[in-house]
Design a protein around this ligand. Structure first.
Ligand code: MN
Length: 289
């Protein structure tokens, strides 16, 4: 099991200097891996990322949220095709950088929709994900669809909704990604969705209800980590937090990061690393009960 941190904890820009800041911060906080946001995968040199990661002994994964011009679930074939091209490049970058996971909102745009998803839109996304699943499998990369709240997609907002969409995709290299921040908004609890996801759960985001310091909001982390323990989950567990102290123009505005919930990335990250590892250790001892 690898414990990681999202790059936006440290920097909003991912040029060479930004990568250096993010990778050094990840290592200093005690994490195993960096989740590199790939909002523009054409701007990232995967081989450079790999060399920089190797210098620090840090692993990587990547995530992204598509925008409206690359909406895989669009009924306009040209728009969906733009999304597929971007995701093809993202898979290649992850493989070049030595990663094994690409996750996030990679099945629709990450935005508020003003109407439910259509059957044609879902079919368009599912068909593209089937092709992308093949490409990712050949590259040794697993795709995981992040289930997010109703203001950020209209395809699926719960784990069970995600499982229904996975049936439409029908590919053994396309799985689920759960995030405690989104679950806290949409799910009926924090334990059952993890158990429902079962072996289709391949990626986890740990975020507080306001996206700030873990343990200062309303997320029931105890139930969530007990679910992971019951499943025997051993995939990546990645801390995600956003503050207006660190800004990415492409991501911060989309996520509505208007407030300053922290200003010391190093302290926030080290705290989260301890918090996650402590939760996992606590759950391990349940076997003794
Ligand atoms: Mn997330």
């Amino acid at each position: 099991m690898q414990i990681g941190v999202h790059g936006l904890v440290f920097t909003g820009t991912f040029d060479e200097a930004g990568l250096q800041t993010a990778i050094a911060g990840t290592q200093a906080a005690g994490f195993d891996l960096l989740e590199l946001p790939l909002m523009d995968p054409f701007a990232i040199d995967g081989a450079l990322v790999r060399r920089m990661l190797d210098d620090h002994g840090v692993a990587m994964t990547s995530s992204l949220g598509l925008d409206a011009a690359h909406d895989l679930s669009s009924e306009d074939p040209a728009v969906s095709r733009q999304g597929e091209t971007l995701l093809e490049r993202a898979i290649d970058v992850v493989a070049e950088a030595g990663g094994q996971h690409l996750c996030g909102v990679i099945y629709s745009a990450m935005q508020k929709y003003m109407a439910p998803a259509t059957a044609a839109g879902r079919a368009s996304s599912a068909a593209a994900l089937g092709r992308l699943g093949d490409r990712a499998a050949a590259a040794g990369v697993t795709l995981s669809l992040e289930i997010v709240n109703r203001y950020e997609t209209n395809i699926a907002n719960t784990a069970r909704g995600g499982l229904r969409f996975l049936e439409e995709v029908g590919h053994d290299n396309v799985h689920l990604h759960l995030d405690t921040y989104h679950m806290n908004i949409e799910e009926s609890g924090m334990l059952e969705p993890v158990l429902d996801a079962g072996d289709r759960l391949r990626y986890v985001h740990i975020g507080e209800s306001h996206r700030g310091y873990l343990g200062t909001g309303s997320v029931d982390f105890g139930s969530f980590f007990r679910g992971l323990g019951r499943l025997g989950y051993d995939g990546p567990i990645v801390f995600e937090s956003f503050s207006s102290a660190v800004v990415s123009e492409s991501l911060s505005n989309t996520l509505g990061i208007w407030r300053n919930l922290w200003d010391d990335s190093a302290d926030l990250a080290a705290h989260a690393n301890r918090f996650i590892r402590d939760q996992l250790r606590s759950v391990e001892t349940i076997a003794l009960h």
